[in-house]
Every structure is written in structure tokens, then in C-alpha cells.
Design a protein around this ligand. Structure first.
Ligand SMILES: [Fe+2]
Length: 392
């Protein structure tokens, strides 16, 4: 067997929730799924004030009440939740006897629901579980219900928390964070405003494209990520302009697939670049990832040549008779155009970042080793400076 064939025959594992329910009105099955998961009847719903205001939390609560559950609601999850919120949820879970956690909301809410689940049995401060595989035991059964089409948190083993004093986001990664059931009901996204549709949709596209670029990608994550990219690229501008059941359905599917790719291949340079400024300048996750993605692709494109034609095809680019370099340039242009079409900035100066901040952001980038280790192309400080300079 030749060296190149041997290298291609890689081994891998795929992590998934125990069950995924996908489809319009699949939320209606939440109560019966909850009943299967536990004989106990005390449920904690983790959500935010907006989900309560638009009545989705109430629908979840009613479904659980119909199945005989007693329900408590924690609705104080803020966007990009801090470690203090994670500790507050943990305190609540540890001081009451819950049998089940249901997270209903965007990525921030679902991440906090995962933390609520493991906090019930892992009793140290939450901060001590931040990192890879530091959670010691499985927690409460948990069901996750996304209300945006973007983060894919419903199918990942990751919970992200903001550490305000360090101006960074940190991840807790553990197989115990994967939910028992993910319920993806596209109808919950019908009323998302255009700005959230855009930012969360670009997050999904970042997950798909960065998973394709990741050195940890494999055959399955590539197939899933390419389909996620194709769907999101096709339907995001449409969903941004005007919501209809078809574009919401395919955006929810794209985000779900991209989440599976993210969980199993990981993200790399795009998210790393986003983390250099998102916390300090209070930029929402999806906006920061959308801004950085074209630059991350452009930088990495020379090292992922084999995948360029498939990525180009996913974006509807005609590949016939075109070189890898031409296709890479065309993909970069398509990405910039998409980000602009959905109203997200493509330059750091547009979001109030001063030129003087460039060296700080570049050195912060190099500190994000966990993400950069997965990047297909190494980065020196000079290259980091060049990328951040071009983003500015
Ligand atoms: Fe993300």
C-alpha cells in the first residue's frame, strides 16, 4: 500500500446525541420523550426572557405539565453567558431535586442547560470543569431545543462560557454534555428577526467550513459539512430577506448538520480570530465569526487544495476547467459577498476597533492553541499580524 493511500485510510469516531428529532412541530413530542428519560417528575426549563416573552417557554412548560411534570423555569440566561450565570444555575440545580433539564433557546441557553445537567452530580465550582474531559460523571438527562438556526449546540459536547475578567470565552468539553434528545423544530425559528437570522446563520456556515478545514475532519464530517454549507449558502440570504417555512426548514437542517460537523471535527482559525475581539468589544458570536470567516478561508486555502472543488460546488460555483487557485479566489469572493448581503460587517474598523489594537489581537490569536492546533496551516506572529491587519 502506498504512503498516500495509507494516510487516507484514517480511523475516527462520531459523537451524536442519543436521539435527534427533526421536523416542523417536532416540539410536540417533547413531553413523551421526557417521560421516557426519567421516572421522576421534576423538570427544570433553562431559557431566556425573550423565549418566555414570545411564548415558546410556555409551550414547553405546558407539554411537560401535561405529562405530569412539576416545572421550574430559569429564564436569566444572557447572550454570551458569563461564568457567574453558570455558577448561579449550578446553585439552583444543587439546591433542588430535579430529574430532567430542558434547554430551550439559542446556543447560550442550550450551553447553560448542559451545565445545569452536569452540575447536579459534579459538585465542584463550574470553573474547575472548564477544559477538555474534566467533567467526572454524567449529569441529569437533558433535552435541548434550539430556537435559532446556527449554533448547533443541540448536537455538540461543548458549552462555552465567557470569563469577563480575562476577556475570553472558554469551553467545557465532555461527552456528558451531549444531550439525550435534541429536538429541532424549524417552526420555532419563523419569527427570528433578520439580524439574528444573519448572525446565527453565519455561525452555522463557519462551523461547516471550519470543520472542513480542520485537521480532525474525516469522511463523515466532510459529507455532513458540505451539505450544511450547500443548504446554508442557498437559504440564508432568502431567510434573511423574508421568512418562510421552506427557508427556515433548510436553515435549521443546515445548522444541525454543521453542529454535527463541529462536534466531530472542531472549528479552527475562523473561530480563533473571532475570539480575539468578541468579548472585549462585545460582538455577538455569529457576527464575529461571519466577519472572520472569509479571511480564515483565504489564509487556509493553500493547504486544503484537495477539498477546494467540493467547497466551490457547495457554493454553486462552476468548477469546470478552473484551477484550484481560481476556485479559492472565487470562494473567498462568494463568502465576502454573502456576509455583506446579510448585513454583517467585513472589517474590524466597522465595529469600532482601533487600529492600535492590531498587535494585541494578533498575540491573543496565538494564545488560542486549542483551536490553532486544528488549523491546516501554521501561523507565526507575522502572519497573525498580517491577517488581523487585513481584517482591520
Ligand atoms: Fe460558533
Amino acid at each position: 500500500m502506498s504512503e498516500s493511500i495509507r494516510k487516507a485510510l484514517i480511523s475516527y469516531e462520531i459523537k451524536l446525541p442519543r436521539k435527534i428529532l427533526f421536523g416542523i412541530d417536532s416540539l410536540g413530542r417533547l413531553g413523551s420523550e421526557a417521560r421516557v428519560l426519567t421516572e421522576g417528575r421534576c423538570a427544570l426549563i433553562v431559557t431566556d426572557e425573550n423565549i418566555v416573552r414570545i411564548g415558546i417557554a410556555r409551550r414547553v412548560e405546558d407539554t411537560l405539565l401535561d405529562e405530569g411534570f412539576k416545572v421550574e423555569v430559569f429564564d436569566k440566561v444572557e447572550p454570551e453567558p458569563s461564568i457567574d450565570t453558570a455558577e448561579a444555575i449550578s446553585k439552583l440545580v444543587r439546591s433542588s431535586k430535579f430529574d430532567l433539564v430542558v434547554g430551550v433557546g439559542g446556543g447560550s441557553v442550550m450551553d447553560m442547560a448542559k451545565i445545569a445537567s452536569i452540575a447536579s452530580t459534579n459538585l465542584k465550582p463550574i470553573r474547575s470543569y472548564i477544559g477538555v474531559n474534566l467533567v467526572e460523571k454524567p449529569g441529569l438527562p437533558h433535552i435541548l431545543v434550539p430556537t435559532t438556526a446556527g449554533t448547533g449546540s443541540e448536537v455538540t459536547d461543548i458549552a462555552v462560557v465567557t470569563i469577563p475578567e480575562d476577556e475570553i470565552k472558554s469551553s467545557m468539553i465532555s461527552p456528558y454534555l451531549l444531550p439525550d434528545v435534541a429536538i429541532v423544530d424549524p417552526s420555532l425559528t419563523y419569527t427570528l428577526p433578520p439580524s439574528i437570522t444573519a448572525s446565527t446563520g453565519l455561525d452555522a456556515i463557519s462551523h461547516a467550513l471550519e470543520a472542513l478545514m480542520s485537521v480532525n475532519s474525516n469522511h463523515i464530517t466532510d459529507i455532513v459539512a458540505l451539505e450544511a454549507l450547500r443548504l446554508a449558502y442557498r437559504y440564508l440570504p432568502e431567510a434573511y430577506r423574508s421568512s418562510n417555512p421552506e427557508n427556515r426548514y433548510y436553515m435549521s437542517l443546515a445548522a444541525l448538520l454543521a453542529g454535527i460537523a463541529l462536534c466531530n471535527a472542531g472549528v479552527c482559525l475562523g473561530h480563533a480570530l473571532a475570539y480575539t475581539f468578541a468579548v472585549s468589544y462585545r460582538v455577538p458570536h455569529g457576527v464575529s465569526c461571519g466577519l472572520t470567516l472569509p479571511y480564515a478561508f483565504e489564509y487556509n486555502s493553500t493547504n486544503i487544495g484537495r477539498k477546494i472543488p467540493s467547497i466551490a460546488k457547495s457554493l454553486g460555483i462552476d468548477v469546470e476547467g478552473r484551477s484550484i487557485e481560481e476556485l479559492s479566489k472565487s470562494i473567498t469572493d462568494h463568502l465576502f459577498e454573502l456576509v455583506e448581503t446579510v448585513g454583517i460587517p467585513t472589517k474590524l474598523r466597522e465595529i469600532g476597533i482601533d487600529r492600535n489594537a492590531i498587535p494585541t489581537l494578533a498575540s491573543k490569536l496565538l494564545s488560542l492553541e486549542r483551536l490553532l492546533k486544528r488549523n491546516p496551516k501554521a501561523i507565526t506572529i507575522n502572519e497573525a499580524l498580517k491577517i488581523v491587519e487585513s481584517m482591520w
